[in-house]
Design a protein around this ligand. Structure first.
Ligand code: FAD
Length: 359
């Protein structure tokens, strides 16, 4: 068994810690955050950066993401889905953290071309089931609140998770891990992590999952994303919706307690300030066009954060003796993390055989 140090307790860092600790490795994790709990609502975007993973909508949508992403991302996502199901089962909890069932891809009639472009790209993922075109009657049976006149396809196999709750559960159930909260790592080097207070921590393997905090050792940019939490207990929504639109890529994700999260903008900016009026108006009007009953929803919260991305928007795994870096998860981090962790651990020749995760 190895002594492993992880810099960064976001999506990747916590998933790695949970998985490696379950295998019996000795794991230490370092993060400048005050603790494992999600930041209080309203705190994200304030002075200290928080993990992008807390802000995410939690869509697990390899098929719909083909609108933005190339086939390798979709394949990583498709490989990750059964792992997420197994991880969700292992983490347990009163409310299921992970749901893998289906989602709907929607377009207004005038945007049929945009929809056909995405559907044509599904050929890049032959392992996924075909999208099912839905008649109005079928749409109504699945989602009674959908606006009439929409084009809709069911994407079997897609899913969603609860990001804040999953991050907390991973940390709480990574038994035996030494958590160093309030501790920023300034450099990740082969076999050691250098902390901001000047201390050096030695390991067999140092893993760098600091997201944007890995700069300047990795060349990365932040891509701003904004989303809105709605409280709409009267609006029935059973599954995530994705609206294809020439200007906006909007999704609506049901959350417990009558909430619906509407996201997300994608802006080439590292501005962490609160969402703009323009983004809020655009996201909410697109959402209202899909679910007209949202007119009386209450706006609970707006949030922005930065997605860590490389120039080509593709993830990177870099391995040299004693050092593993994983980064650039961009807008698909939750979706692809489990398969990427598999590939990274294989590259570093670290055993973490959790057969139950390979359902
Ligand atoms: C608005 C929005 C919506 C999104 N929606 C989705 C979605 O629906 N589905 C999906 O799959 N993905 C989504 N994403 C993307 C996803 O959140 C990211 O891809 C993912 O969080 C990246 O994971 P990570 O572990 O690399 O980085 P992060 O989650 O950002 O974690 C990085 C961690 O490193 C820590 N850190 C930073 N600096 C240091 C340092 N010096 N020392 C130690 N630790 C440090 C941070 O505190 C943080 O905890 C969304 C992102 C945004 C912003």
């Amino acid at each position: 068994m190895a002594r492993i140090g992880i810099a960064g307790a976001g999506v990747l860092g916590r998933l790695l810690a949970w998985r490696l600790a379950r295998t019996g490795h000795t794991v230490s994790v370092f993060d400048p955050a005050a603790g494992p709990q999600p930041p209080a609502v309203g705190q994200i975007g304030a002075a200290a950066p928080h993990a992008a993973g807390f802000t995410a909508a939690g869509m697990l949508s390899p098929i719909a993401e083909l609108d933005h992403a190339d086939a390798p991302i979709a394949r990583l996502g498709w490989r990750s889905l059964p792992r997420w199901r197994a991880i969700g089962d292992a983490l347990g909890g009163d409310e299921p953290l992970v749901r893998v069932n289906d989602s709907l891809l929607l377009a207004h009639g005038s945007d049929r071309g945009a929809a056909q472009r995405v559907l044509a790209r599904l050929d890049a993922l032959p392992e996924a089931p075909r999208a099912e075109a839905l008649t109005r009657v079928q749409q109504h049976a699945l989602e009674p609140a959908l606006a009439p006149g929409l084009l809709a396809w069911r994407l079997p196999g897609e899913g969603q998770l609860l990001p804040r709750e999953t991050l907390l559960a991973l940390a709480q159930q990574a038994h035996g891990v030494q958590w160093h909260w309030g501790c920023a790592i300034t450099q990740a080097q082969p076999g050691r992590l250098l902390a901001a207070d000047g201390t050096a921590h030695a390991f067999d393997l140092a893993i760098d999952t600091r997201g944007l905090g890995a700069r300047p050792e990795l060349v990365l940019r932040g891509v701003r994303g904004e989303l809105v939490w709605l409280h709409a207990p009267g609006v029935a929504l059973a599954r995530p919706l994705r609206l294809l639109h020439p200007r906006h890529r909007v999704y609506l994700v049901p959350r417990p307690g009558g909430r619906i999260v509407v996201g997300a903008s994608e802006i080439e900016s590292e501005d962490r300030s609160p969402p703009s009026l323009r983004s809020a108006v655009e996201l909410l009007s697109a959402a209202h066009s899909v679910l007209p009953e949202l007119a009386e929803a209450r706006i609970e919260h707006l949030e922005s954060n930065l997605r860590p991305a490389r120039a080509d928007n593709a993830p990177v795994i870099e391995h040299a003796a004693g050092l593993l870096r994983i980064n650039g998860l961009f807008r698909h981090g939750w979706l692809i993390a489990p398969a990427l962790v598999d590939d990274a651990l294989a590259a570093a020749d670290i055993a973490a055989p959790l057969e139950t995760l390979h359902a």
